[in-house]
Write a protein that binds this ligand. Sequence first.
Ligand code: NIG
Ligand code: FE
Length: 424
Amino acid sequence: MTQSIYISKAAQLITLAGHSQKPAAKEAMSDLQIIENGSVLIEDGKVTAVGPDAELRKKFSDRIGSMKVIDAAGKVVSPGLIDPHTHLVHAGTRENEYAMRLKGKSYMDIMEAGGGIHATTRATQAASHEQLFEESKKRLNKFFLHGVTTVEAKSGYGLTLEHELKQLEVAKQLHESHDIDIVSTFMGAHAVPMDEKKNPEAFVDRVIEEMIPEVASQGLAKFNDVFCERGVFTPEQSRRILEAGKKHGLIPKIHADEIEPYAGAELAAEVGAISADHLLRASDEGLKAMAEKGVMGVLLPGTAFFLMAEFARGREMIDAGVPVSLSTDANPGSSPTISLPFIMNLGCLMMGMTPEEVLTAATINAAHAIGIADEAGSLEEGKNGDVTIFDVPNYMVLSYQYGMNHVDTVIKSGKPVVVGGQLQ
Ligand code: NIG
Ligand code: FE
């Protein structure tokens, strides 16, 4: 059992209360529900009360006396950030390709020549379980240091049943042994293996007939994702893979319209995906269909930044009623970062989102994107005691000062895991 904690007197306590039933869309994305001089009680790992400090101190005076008090005066307290799209478990780095791209080679050309996802697949296949565990654990510690308390993690650098299971098992083991929470996604359809390029349908069949049933029966993933992109998986192949996942209880997600317009957003709406991710080149029709069906747009501006591509139309999406969340896309090729706060900066500067919207997008809407809004993403009674304390006087400063780490304290399920900017 964890110690009870009283987080006291935040200059701004950002609760994001009232958005747990459905994703925040349009104006609701600006509704942060801020309490000034706000405090939070965490007991047995859960939030038990939230409110103005004076009120809570009066009401719970008997209990607060025996609690660990964390003074948040002059600081901003928010729900622990949630990263709803990462490729956490992988081996190695690809700085060589970065150098090639800086000289003008494109991301897709590098992949077609056997680099890109294929390079990381070779490294990940060759890595032992322990090696992957240790590399990924380091990344999780960095996520904590940047205020993130839950991450989604995809497979997709195995591309065979054996190695896809290895990645998902590592994610499961990390979820169980590390304080951070991990929600897993199967992404066997991340690329067609180089030696099967001549017959992609056979690989699609194997994903459907061999991998999905095994992953689902072992309970290793909640979601099923596919890289729907010209030269990778067609919309028709993607539809088959996502429908097959549904039959085994895996909820569809999709890497949609990342490099080229390819009707990925439309497909997400059609198959009832919980989210469509990337959307750099999504069509107006696709976005309209997503808004109608309430499909979450997970935007990954770090990818546009790092690939030096056009950013997703975040402002237009929100105005059109698409609920939006933000993520790092943490991976060694298109977005080698774990800094969700920097992604929030990019959301404002490069996609026209407001400081309020980026906070909603990295907390409660991110929780919705991975189906955990009933337990995380806001500070309300009964929710997980997941809290990030930023050493800034108001939340505007967070999206204004960029490329800096303002995280002071992180509490995960009632346990302080970062204190004074240091991992505990
Ligand atoms: O989200 N688009 C496909 N997958 C990743 C990149 C993976 C990689 O380059 O290793 C993405 O951009
Ligand atoms: Fe991705």
